[in-house]
Design a protein around this ligand. Sequence first.
Ligand code: GLV
Ligand code: MN
Ligand code: MN
Length: 411
Amino acid sequence: MPININRLSAEIEELASYSAVPAPAVTRILYSAEDQAARAWLREKVIEAGLSIREDGLGNMYVTLEGSDSGLPSVATGSHIDAIPYSGKYDGVVGVLGGLEALRSIREQGLQPKRDIELILFTSEEPTRFGLGCLGSRAMAGNLSAADLAALTDADGNDLESLRKQAGFTQPLDKVQLSTVNYHAFVELHIEQGPRLERDKLDIGIVTSIAAPATLRVTLKGDGGHAGATLMPGRRDALVAASEIVLDVEKAAQDSGSPDSVATVGLMQVHPGAVNSIPSDVLMEIDIRDTQLATRDGMVARIQQTIADVCERRNIGVTVEVLNMDAPCQCGSQILETIESVTKDKGYSYKTLVSRAYHDALFMAQLCPTAMIFVPSENGYSHRPEEFTAAAEIEKGVEVLAETLCSLAMQ
Ligand code: GLV
Ligand code: MN
Ligand code: MN
């Protein structure tokens, strides 16, 4: 099925202009002015394409291409358009705009699927604003109650309840959760965000499972004071304690025995943050992942023990909040077979792989059989401005997506 890659490429460029930072970097945080403008732009594209739109109270957007038997559970695709600080223009966007292009192509080819085909724009796959990733899909799958959602606060103390309403999303949050009877299948198209497809010179990655992410938020309370006048004995420097913890986070992943283990401290705030002042408080967030739940849980336990030991030895007050401890997911074997047969028919090269990044598909898998299609990332770059996937690679991914959706929607 031909897709209009020029239209799609132009749209990817256009969407990247809704950013809080200068190009080529993209920053688009949930409910920010840029996010709002990008959503308005996307709504126009959907309306231009003659597709119908529904939005829930969190801002998840459902776009529907109607099938001949709308009573059947739908086939869905989708991803996110929020972008972490100073990232690129493809993460999530390829799945949303590529999904839109797939729906438009199916319509333009005059194909009539039996089931509805939906495109879902998931709210805040990135954890940037509220510390919790996959907000939309997590809530759809019933992992977050309406009350828990409403009470989430950002770093400035704003609660989600007020922010979503200011952004125009006023529907009740208890209607965000979906039922397991809604969907027949979900397929997410995404850039790989790693080097494997490029290294092996392959067109398509067929994702068989998604790694299990966990996030810890740690606050350390030491004692501040004058950096010149306070001698070293007896200091309770919160940043030095944090530094010991950071080194052990790296080691926990290196020592786990699994090549898939990763652990990162990507966020640290130091108070009061002056060169001549001993750091009294540190807030840090730790991201810990593996494809095997037991290995990931083992790393989390080790890191928690290290935090306790370091803080006891250094007489530092500590709280550890587990923001999420998600399970990995296995992709649906029947969808994997469909993607594989479409990919083979088209003569595209491919391999099966695990997704080390998480995606909304991780939570959609709790609702229906789910799988993912990856396209290569140049140099494996992602979450940085240099993120790049060539139009010809995106085109292949969207073709495979469109034909997979059609095939699933005919079942
Ligand atoms: C998603 O962006 C992730 O951090 O895997
Ligand atoms: Mn991302
Ligand atoms: Mn993503």
